[in-house]
Design a protein around this ligand. Structure first.
Ligand SMILES: *[C@@H]1O[C@H](CO)[C@@H](O)[C@H](O)[C@H]1NC(C)=O
Ligand SMILES: *[C@@H]1O[C@H](CO)[C@@H](O)[C@H](O)[C@H]1NC(C)=O
Length: 347
């Protein structure tokens, strides 16, 4: 296609760059998750299946993918999860699945011609490419990200994942405390299309792409590393502590297995009804450094009793969407440092 007969290329460069930015979803904060459709049975069925639609496979039944160009804590919350209330008037989904469009647009812009591709490449090199803070629910948001908007990960300056993990040997009555939520994030979940995503594998890939042995290869082309990964996992159940470290699919174990170099700090929040593990990782201070430093502290999780936050609400950091870029100097010699007293728990 020649320049003359392509109206897009006749636009001023700045305008084209503005269009590229929009197409690439230039939002400082993005939240990825899913929300349950709530309404009468016919409305839900119409929303999911009307006009030959099919539900997004791999999400819990009656859930729809949601990608918002802002911070939305309810997409991450276990205790007040996001819902989409349906009335007959809203039972058709938005015209386009939200934000799957920019991806498509980016792809089609690249097809326009070589000049556009070069402009895109140099523009985003200048911008250092990573500007977005990406908040993802686990496991559903992770699946939505992979299937609808994988390009968001390449733009992310920081990645924040929040969710619950229950092991297969899980005993339901012990986590009854969480059962009050409309959508317990576990146990006998039925998925659209009878397809259960491999959340453990996908989390491994995501973390390896940011912190694995080959992650630094993506530094070529003027890109910079992601500045921070935060992983907040709630393990429901009074005896869930062993799951944190003992289960191969535990998100904490997956993260430690896939972070090759960098500074990792772990806070283990032990409670009577569940355990919260906050893991954060930053790239090594020096380029090319192969060392991994892990520090761990134990804290007490107060939840579920009168006057305390509801069980599982810990998973959403109240400070979000703010996050600290720098952390205190980690200890220089020790690889594992324990601070605080585990015996506190017993009192
Ligand atoms: C968060 O997302 C849900 C689901 O899309 C939406 O219903 C709700 O209004 C959003 N909340 C805010 C504060 O934007
Ligand atoms: C890293 O790259 C090497 C060479 O390209 C490849 O053999 C290896 O499997 C990669 N490792 C991971 C964890 O992807």
């Amino acid at each position: 296609m020649g320049v003359d007969n392509c109206p897009f290329l006749q636009l001023p460069t700045e305008l084209r760059l503005a269009i590229y930015s929009f197409a690439l979803l230039d939002s400082p904060v993005v939240t990825v998750g899913s929300a349950e459709l709530v309404g009468s049975h016919p409305d839900v069925v119409h929303r999911l299946y009307g006009q030959r639609r099919t539900p997004h496979s791999g999400l819990p039944q009656n859930h729809e993918p949601v990608i918002e160009p802002c911070y939305n804590s309810s997409l991450l919350s276990l205790v007040n999860p996001a819902i989409i209330p349906l009335a007959p008037a809203t039972s058709c989904p938005p015209e386009e699945p939200p934000y799957s469009t920019p991806h498509a647009t980016h792809g089609s812009l690249l097809l326009v011609n070589k000049q556009v591709k070069e402009e895109l490449d140099s523009h985003f090199k200048l911008e250092k490419n990573r500007r977005t803070s990406l908040f993802i629910s686990y496991p559903d948001g992770l699946h939505v990200l992979r299937t609808l908007a994988p390009h968001l990960l390449r733009q992310a300056r920081s990645v924040h994942i929040a969710g619950a993990y229950t092991s297969r040997s899980f005993c339901a009555p012990r986590a009854a405390c969480l059962g009050s939520s409309a959508h317990p994030p576990f146990i006998d979940q039925r998925y659209n299309g009878n397809f259960t995503p491999n959340s453990a594998g996908h989390l491994s890939n995501l973390i390896a792409s940011l912190f694995g042995p080959n992650a630094s290869q993506s530094r070529t082309g003027g890109r910079v590393d992601v500045q921070k990964l935060e992983l907040r996992t709630y393990y429901p159940g009074s005896d869930s502590y062993s799951t944190v470290w003992g289960d191969d699919n535990s998100p904490t174990v997956i993260a430690l297995r896939n972070i090759y170099a960098g500074e990792v700090s772990i806070e283990v929040w032990r409670g009577q009804r569940g355990t919260g593990v906050y893991l954060s990782a930053r790239p090594a201070r020096k380029e090319g450094e192969k060392r991994r430093v892990v520090s761990t502290v134990w804290r007490r999780l107060e939840e579920g009793r009168r006057g305390e936050p509801r069980c599982g609400s810990w998973v959403v950091d109240p400070a979000w969407p703010c996050w600290e870029e720098a952390e205190q100097e980690p200890p220089t010699d020790a690889t594992v440092v324990s601070v605080g007293a585990a015996s506190e728990e017993e009192t």
